[in-house]
Write a protein that binds this ligand. Structure first.
Ligand code: TYM
Length: 330
């Protein structure tokens, strides 16, 4: 086993990946690749908890995987796989489900929010979603799980499940720590800055997709909702401007105070343009690499088959250890 600390995280292929995914999680995935033993997956099984069109869904799985490569994740350094290709994820979910209480799943804010939106499809998968996520994590014995702030509650339940299992059956799972960015842990919608930026938002102006072209990125920032004060200042009562300051700060590495100073006495027009250009500059090379990678499906498949096999060798060990501790006959 490698001496390096381990990292695990996943992303759903449920549409266009956004600047929120990028700043809240993917940027850290990339950074951590240099220092840690990282395993990252496309969480396709999670995505079916809301209805997907099979044709589009297939394309989204390829494109999400291709985007991970385009970001700079290196399949030689990190293990990059597709969740549904490893039966251990669903199998462990069943074992962990019996260590998870109905009450604790009912308290998950994401479950409450999604059931409020998809009232005609409040399915068991949506309810059990955090158990599958716990299984994704615990199979790889990670030390850290890089996620945005919205996944913190799911990570806490994964830790609780691990501790409970270890207490009842004996030590199997490492209890991992969340790794949440200090800046941009929660990127907000450009149209309603009290809501999180989300790829499933119906209003395309509310999010910037990682693959948006330069003009679209700049246009979306120009249209971003702000306020009537015309002062670039970070404050709780200025959610729109504060969100833009956070984005600019995350992309340029400048502190909030430095950003405020840079735009002192200047209008929102200038500021929005600067944010749009900074983001467009950051995303352009990713889009360029993505176009090349997605064009070669055969190579993409070769890479994910290899990642699947490497992930499975780790996942199998943990899964059988858990089975054995529970008393199953192997
Ligand atoms: P998902 O696919 O919704 O999002 C992927 C990652 O992006 C982060 N994120 C954000 N960060 C900041 N601001 C935002 N507006 C924003 N929107 C999304 C998320 O926090 C996440 O880190 N359940 C997970 C996927 C998952 C997973 C796992 C994660 C499945 N198994 C195991 C970690 C470990 C999800 O739906 O993320």
């Amino acid at each position: 086993m490698s001496e390096k600390k381990r990292v695990l995280s996943c992303i759903q292929p449920s549409g266009m990946l956004t600047l929120g995914n990028y700043l809240g999680a993917l940027k850290n995935w990339l950074k951590m690749q240099e220092e840690f033993d990282c395993t990252y997956a496309v969480a396709d099984l999670h995505a079916i908890t809301v209805r997907q069109d099979p044709q589009k869904f297939r394309g989204q799985i390829y494109s999400t995987y291709a985007l991970l490569l385009a970001l700079g994740l290196d399949p030689q350094k990190s293990t990059l796989f597709i969740q549904s290709h490893l039966p251990e994820h669903t199998a462990l979910t069943w074992l962990l489900a019996s260590c998870t209480q109905f009450g604790e799943l009912s308290r998950m804010t994401q479950f409450k929010a999604k059931s409020a939106v998809h009232t005609d499809n409040i399915n068991v998968g949506l309810f059990a979603y955090p158990v599958l996520m716990a299984s994704d994590i615990l199979l790889y014995q990670p030390d850290f799980v890089p996620v945005g702030a919205d996944q913190k509650q799911h990570l806490e339940i994964a830790r609780d499940i691990a501790m409970r299992f270890n207490r009842v059956y004996g030590d199997v799972f490492k209890v991992p720590e969340p790794y949440i960015p200090t800046v941009a842990a929660r990127v907000m919608s450009l149209q309603d800055p009290t809501k999180k930026m989300s790829k499933s938002d119906e209003n395309v102006n509310s999010f910037v997709a990682i693959l948006d072209d330069r003009d679209t990125v700049i246009r979306k920032f120009k249209r971003a909702v702000t306020d009537s004060e015309a002062s670039v200042r970070f404050s709780e009562d200025k959610p729109g401007v504060s969100n833009l300051i956070t984005i600019y700060s995350a992309v340029t590495g400048k502190t909030v105070a430095e950003v405020e100073r840079e735009f002192e006495g200047r209008g929102y027009g200038d500021f929005k343009l600067a944010v749009g250009e900074a983001v467009a500059d950051e995303l352009a090379p990713i889009k360029e690499r993505y176009e090349k990678i997605i064009a070669d499906k055969a190579e993409l498949e070769r890479i994910f088959r290899d990642g699947d096999a490497r992930a499975e060798s780790v996942a199998r060990k943990t899964y059988f250890k858990a089975m054995k501790k529970m008393g199953f006959v192997l």
